[in-house]
Write a protein that binds this ligand. Structure first.
Ligand SMILES: Cc1cc2nc3c(=O)[nH]c(=O)nc-3n(C[C@H](O)[C@H](O)[C@H](O)COP(=O)(O)OP(=O)(O)OC[C@H]3O[C@@H](n4cnc5c(N)ncnc54)[C@H](O)[C@@H]3O)c2cc1C
Ligand code: SF4
Length: 502
């Protein structure tokens, strides 16, 4: 029997990590294997099952958090797997990668530590795979309708799985050699081991989804030919157009975009390459930018045995605690140290007293290069609050022979597919769609980062599910598939929170 007062009696406990010394010598997940099992039922019991579960509202998928918390606390794993699967196609990805806005919105978080919702989700997901509770679920009958999905990231995969299970014949087109989008060639193995992706793709295949890799629609296959050959198209090409840093010296060798660097490292782990042509081994590395991509560059560089790694972030250092301007249940911008930052702190050179390797409010001014044109230093200055312009007279220098730019993504690539289909753009340069995910041409839908802009895995899965519901309705006239979000939905912002009564 679960402890009804666990939220008072049981402290929040997280999944144990392997030591830094052990984990930086391999590419395996940073967490101890099976670390959740001994603690997770007690952690799930901390859920208060409150009347208005804000966690559920803060999750773009509408995950039924209080329900599966209760089921796990009662050791009813098979029902927990069923309830989690009802809203989330890929909980083993979100359980590892999601920033968990649900936990920021947990009612317990108002004055105590939130329930470890993400860890409960992960425990259920891993239990399902370990106990054969994730069999392929092919449809009982086929509709005879065909759908092409372009792009195999989490949005494309979620749309494909929903539509295949609904009986449509689905083919996913992917321009790279392997399926998975940024889960495959962006996020490193130490955060998502790729065998977890492969077994999910095997499940999709066994259900009937077909995959065609190495096909860039709009280049290898004309977009109008694709459109003419099927009943509907879902465009889930991501937001892969990276942001540039146009400062003097940018052309120096040794200055790379993060997404030139990370995929090569992932290919080494996959066995495609013996050594990355852009390796951090023996180098002074400077990562410019914040966010997950920058953190992944840091963790990757440390595993490649960089001499040292520093990070420049143009934003000021966020506060340690939730600021008043970002009240509960908003997912606040607070100072967070990722596992990569933890590693960098422990492995930093002895002359660096501050364990945080990040220099905040730092604007890059230029790159110095040696006689051979290879980057030798990064010059940066304090960034002015507001304009972020470099403040004259505050210049600093960091030695660098590998610089990685992790400045985020401007939006989807327009050349090729989008141009050939005549797709419109919204004001932010993303592919425009109406409130049912439909783009201009008849039968064409847009899902994921391509329509939303650079976002998160959980939003991509929600987009894929919702776009699939719209396609199913277009093909059959029926509103049968779940549609967790509209294109206009967004994370809870301070503006969404009503002011407290005076
Ligand atoms: C390094 C990194 C780390 C991240 N870490 C996190 C994290 O920890 N947590 C989190 O929630 N989010 C994270 N994200 C963001 C997350 O990965 C994305 O929001 C998510 O993958 C978007 O999914 P998507 O399916 O829309 O697009 P993508 O995953 O970008 O997939 C799009 C796919 O479309 C393919 N494609 C593009 N054009 C064509 C074409 N013409 N023909 C055929 N195929 C095409 C691409 O090759 C790609 O495989 C990270 C992103 C990066 C870059
Ligand atoms: S997907 Fe993310 S937001 Fe939703 S319940 Fe899981 S951790 Fe929370």
């Amino acid at each position: 029997m679960a402890d009804a007062k666990a939220f008072l009696n049981t402290p929040r406990l997280l999944r144990a990590r392997r030591t830094v010394a052990a984990r930086v010598h391999d590419w395996e997940e940073v967490y101890q294997r099976r670390a959740l099992l001994p603690i997770i039922s007690d952690q799930a019991a901390r859920c208060m099952d409150c009347g208005l579960p804000f966690c559920h509202q803060a999750c773009p998928l509408g995950n039924l958090v209080p329900e599966w918390n209760r089921l796990v606390s009662e050791d009813d794993w098979s029902d927990a797997v069923e309830r989690l699967g009802a809203t989330n196609n890929f909980p083993e990805f979100t359980g590892r990668l999601c920033p968990a806005p649900c936990e920021s919105a947990c009612v317990l978080a108002i004055n105590a530590d939130a329930v470890t919702i993400k860890n409960v989700e992960l425990a259920i997901a891993d239990h399902a795979w370990e106990h054969g509770l994730e069999p392929p679920r092919p449809p009982e009958r086929r509709t005879g309708r065909t759908v092409a999905v372009v792009g195999s990231g989490p949005a494309g995969l979620a749309a494909a799985q929903q539509l295949t299970r609904a009986g449509h014949t689905v083919t996913v087109y992917e321009r790279t050699d392997r399926v998975g989008g940024l889960l495959r060639y962006g996020i490193p193995d130490f955060r998502l081991e790729k065998h977890r992706l492969d077994r999910r793709i095997d499940q999709l295949r066994a259900e009937g989804t077909r995959f065609r890799t190495g096909v860039a629609v709009g280049r290898d296959l004309p977009a109008d030919e694709l459109r003419a050959g099927c009943d509907a198209v879902v465009i889930a090409i991501g937001a892969t157009a990276w942001r540039e840093l146009p400062v003097p010296g940018r052309e120096s060798s040794g200055v790379h975009q993060a997404m030139e660097y990370l995929p090569l490292a992932n290919r080494v782990v996959a066995g495609d390459l013996d050594r990355s042509p852009v390796s951090a081994q023996g180098r002074h590395v400077v990562v410019i930018g914040g966010g997950d991509t920058a953190a992944d560059c840091i963790g990757t560089a440390l595993r490649q045995e960089a001499l040292d790694v520093r990070q420049l972030d143009i934003h000021p250092r966020p506060p340690e605690d939730r600021p008043e301007a970002q009240p509960w249940p908003v997912h606040p911008k607070v100072h967070r140290a990722t596992t990569s930052h933890e590693e960098a702190a422990e492995l930093r050179p002895p002359d660096l007293p501050d364990p945080d390797i990040r220099a905040y409010a730092s604007a890059t001014v230029r790159f110095d290069a040696d006689a051979g044109g290879h980057v030798s230093a990064v010059r940066f200055a304090d960034a002015e609050a507001g304009s972020r312009a470099p403040v004259p007279g505050t210049e600093h220098m960091l030695p660098a022979d590998l610089v990685l730019l992790a400045l985020g993504f401007a939006g989807p690539e327009h050349a090729g597919l989008a141009d050939q289909l005549g797709l419109g753009l919204d004001t932010r340069g993303n592919l425009a769609r109406d409130d049912r995910f439909a783009a201009g041409p008849d039968g064409v839908f847009v899902a994921g980062d391509a329509g939303r802009g650079q976002s998160l895995v959980v939003w991509a899965i929600a987009e894929g599910r919702a776009a699939a519901a719209a396609v199913h309705r277009y093909l059959t006239g029926h509103d049968e598939l779940p549609s967790p979000i509209t294109p206009a939905d967004h994370a809870i912002t301070p503006e969404d929170v009503p002011p407290l009564p005076a």
